[in-house]
Design a protein around this ligand. Structure first.
Ligand code: SF4
Length: 236
């Protein structure tokens, strides 16, 4: 269910714990049941843990940016390679539809809680948040799994700005506001107003070391560390 207004969202959020316990009290969950309902977790190749991805074509801001020369989205890795395989595309479409389900939070909490052993989860190695309602759902998953750190890179600044008014960001959800353009400024002003870190594709500050270590994170967990104000990634 989509909730469009912040007021409606606040009312809904206050009710959520009750909804969760009701659902869990009447059914015995399995990973298979959860995957059938909301799709499987993704396994981004270089990451230490699991992720959850939706189609890059459905990024609200990113799909517009993809047509802009030298935007980061015009080089998007999630529109090519294995992301273009039909089975991967179908799995992403299923997840996109599933985020509107009223039981999506319960299913995700169950699946991530059971499967994520690294302690680090990435939202949207492909795709982006679809609204304030979606971001609140992601935040609720993080609240219910406080032992896991969640990283959400996003270009949907307006949704983040509106949602931050709720003042309910869990500490284990790291939201990085991502730059639009190659060699462009990340949205530093907005990020510092909201108290959030950023990411971009320049050659300044902390630079992602993955390309120098077999395209893997290895021991690096910088993306999940909000004391690192900005991370720059190399073009894929
Ligand atoms: S900065 Fe570190 S954690 Fe983030 S993608 Fe690069 S290697 Fe992985």
């Amino acid at each position: 269910m989509r909730i469009q207004s912040l007021h409606g969202l606040k009312k809904r959020v206050d009710k959520q714990p009750q909804i969760c316990y009701t659902v869990f009290s009447v059914m015995t969950m399995t990973i298979k049941l959860a995957e059938d309902a909301v799709g499987s977790l993704s396994k981004p190749s270089k990451m230490p843990g699991f992720g959850y991805s939706t189609p890059a074509e459905d990024c609200i801001t990113g799909s517009k940016l993809a047509t802009v020369k030298n935007s980061i989205c015009s080089f998007c890795y999630a529109r090519k390679g294995r992301y273009a395989f039909s089975n991967v595309k179908n799995a992403m479409k299923k997840r996109l539809k599933a985020i509107e389900r009223s039981d999506w939070i319960d299913m995700m909490v169950f699946m991530i809680g059971k499967r994520e052993k690294s302690g680090f989860f990435r939202w949207h190695d492909s795709g982006d948040i679809q609204g304030v309602w979606h971001l609140e759902k992601i935040a609720e998953v993080a609240r219910r799994l406080p032992h896991i750190k969640f990283w959400l890179p996003t270009r949907e600044y307006r949704f983040v700005r509106e949602w931050m008014q709720l003042n309910r960001k869990p500490d284990n959800l790291i939201i990085r506001l991502s730059a639009y353009m190659m060699d462009g400024e990340p949205p530093t002003k907005l990020a510092s107003k909201l108290g959030l870190p950023t990411s971009g594709a320049r050659r300044e500050g902390f630079s992602c070391p993955a390309s120098t270590q077999g395209n893997e994170c290895g021991d690096c967990r910088a993306c999940w560390d909000d004391s690192i104000e900005n991370i720059d990634y190399k073009k894929h």
